[in-house]
Design a protein around this ligand. Sequence first.
Ligand code: 16G
Length: 182
Amino acid sequence: MEEVYLYEPKLLKEIDFSTVENKFKHGISPRNPGENLILRPLSSGDFDRGFLQLLTQLTSVGEVSRAMFEDQFNNMKACKNTYYVTVIEDKETNAVIGAASLVCEEKFIHATGKRGRVEDVVVSSDYRGKQLGKVLVAALTFLGKHVGCYKMSLECSDDMVPFYQQLGYIREQNYMQQRFKN
Ligand code: 16G
């Protein structure tokens, strides 16, 4: 399959990140994630760049063949304006070392508005402490605003609350779930 992006890379380039740049140290920002690192949409070629192995650092991934990955990639791409899976690639090693998803949910409420959710944020253990989680979440939060979300939300463990608070998230209401599978 010819390598394609999940969404238009120019979307990330259009965003003005200047108001969030003061939240970062050492000149790092979504525009400049660090030496040899680039922030970009998930690509159909990322199966070979360790995208799924990276996700195992977040939770269970299970057995996902190349065909399954490509099918799911195509399913997501076919849902217009919905899945914005975004990665950080180390251009020196050609490995995907960070990832996070913005998922936009269309609504009838809020004048047929959309709600954005930040999901599956993960940074490879070798790259932690470099503000890359912050790069990913800031990028997706601004991307959500840019594509017209009326609000953004996410779920996280107690210890991650301060991390998300620094990027403007406020702890609110209850989170409830019911699991069918692990
Ligand atoms: C965290 C993630 C969520 C992910 C879940 C996986 C963020 C902000 N939150 O809650 O997106 O889907 O972990 O855990 O990244 P699970 O496999 O137990 O559902």
